[in-house]
Write a protein that binds this ligand. Structure first.
Ligand SMILES: [Mg+2]
Length: 438
């Protein structure tokens, strides 16, 4: 499977809009530069993108283009490269702006909006795009189960595939919305004429009908600054996330949130490798909600080497997490992030996705999964917790400098491996762990 990492993927950002609904702020300044808590709005998005490893950017600019170019320059001070393409005098719509930039585009590129804050697992987005490509897909759309929460829904899903995207003819059957991050093959734009205005939704609709667009289902809401109310909402969010420190609870997954299953091939208890094997414990949503209500972030930190060992496919492991996060979101238990280590240090007999074989920094007992959100959240680690049912969880918690809650009976072999590092608390299940945190 062809696969590009974030550092090699071009990010194209639509920044040309006039920001008419925000005109008291955009009279002097383009939307991406509107100040939020003293910093330009797009700085917050760029921080996320750099965190995920992106290095090559193309900004499509129009309204007050000079200000954006003056502010971000060539990106070298941020360790990235930024090129610019001007929309020209006439507004060409999202599709027209991309078509105009054709000569600057790489063969595959990620497209997003300069007025949206989209906090997703971009590694998963890239993997899903290339996995789709290996099945003949030419594009990827991120989608969110919406139920008309943020805007009108415009996507019908079929499991994890898109059946139809149509923003011109919306039907009650539609319950997902396009989230705002897409990846395209450049050649999809060959058929459009340069300098002709068009909405990229036309291309997306055609791709969905032709079954050429794969999906990345995301489960966390986006923020945008299209109106003064939305700008206020994002300002509050920035204060909470970046300016104030909050503790976090890192939850191991298998054995803590869901059942461990019997694997017949291996003749032992194992993590679920298929969606049908995934069975959450009762009252997990309750526990998550209680912890979140106390002001903690809730992250899942889980080792999932099943795909690296060839027992499953990375796509299935991601699908399991998505399904779980969607089920929790149904009950208004919103997980802040799922950090999964899919790696394994050595090749196994059945390994197919070889790029997963590596000695990484994220596989517990290393603390990588817990430290990952450090630069995109303001986390008070000293008052945070790691909750797990294995000695590796306790060791990872120690290494990250958080308190640890061990679920289950501390058996002798685990004690030995822990040396003298006793968990801070020992409890029976996730509900008891939540009580400890509270
Ligand atoms: Mg576990």
């Amino acid at each position: 499977m062809e696969y590009k990492e974030a550092k090699d993927m071009q990010v194209v950002v639509l920044m040309g809009g006039l920001g008419t609904r925000l005109k008291e702020y955009t009279k002097e300044c383009p939307k991406p530069l509107v100040k939020v808590c003293g910093k330009p709005f797009f700085d917050y998005s760029l921080r996320l993108l750099i965190h995920h490893g992106f290095k090559k950017f193309l900004f499509l600019i129009g309204y007050r283009a000079d200000m954006i170019e003056d502010y971000y320059g060539d990106g070298s001070s941020l360790g990235i490269s930024i090129s610019y393409c001007y929309d020209g005098k006439e507004l060409l719509g999202t599709g027209g702006a991309v078509r105009r930039a054709y000569d600057y585009l790489e063969d595959d590129f990620l497209l997003m909006y300069g007025d949206s804050f989209m906090d997703i697992d971009y590694e998963e987005t890239l993997y899903r795009y290339y996995e789709g490509k290996s099945r003949g897909m030419q594009a990827l759309m991120t989608v969110l189960k919406n139920g008309n929460r943020f805007d009108k829904s415009n996507v019908i899903m079929d499991g994890s595939s898109i059946r139809l995207y149509d923003k011109m003819n919306m039907t009650p059957e539609m319950d997902y919305i396009d989230y705002g991050v897409c990846i395209y093959e450049k050649k999809l734009f060959d058929d459009f004429e340069v300098g002709v205005k068009f909405d990229i939704a036309i291309l997306q609709n055609r791709l969905s009908i032709d079954k050429k667009m794969t999906a990345h289902i995301v489960t966390k809401r986006f923020y945008e600054i299209g109106s003064p109310a939305a700008l206020n909402e994002f300002t509050e969010y920035v204060k909470h996330r970046f300016l104030e420190a909050h503790p976090a609870v890192f939850l191991d997954r298998d054995g803590v949130l869901n059942e461990i299953v019997y694997n017949e091939d291996a003749e032992q208890m194992d993590s679920p490798q298929k969606i049908s094997e995934f069975k959450p414990f009762p009252r997990v949503a309750d526990a998550v909600k209680k912890i979140k209500d106390k002001g903690y972030y809730v992250f899942i930190a889980t080792n999932q080497p099943g795909a690296a060992k060839g027992k499953s496919k990375l796509k299935t492991l991601y699908d399991i997490n998505t399904l779980f996060a969607e089920e929790l979101a149904e009950e208004e238990a919103y997980i802040d992030g799922i950090y999964m280590c899919p790696h394994y240090p050595k090749m196994c007999e059945n390994t197919k996705e070889e790029f997963l074989i590596k000695t990484c920094d994220c596989r517990k007992p290393k603390p990588g999964l817990l430290l990952k959100p450090k630069d995109i959240y303001n986390i008070d680690y000293k008052n945070s917790y790691m909750v797990g049912d294995s000695f590796t969880d306790v060791l990872a918690g120690y290494a990250a400098g958080v308190k640890t809650i061990y679920i289950g009976d501390l058996k002798c072999d685990a004690c030995k491996k822990l040396c003298d590092m006793e968990p801070t608390h020992i409890v029976r299940d996730i509900m008891q762990a939540a009580e400890v945190v509270l």
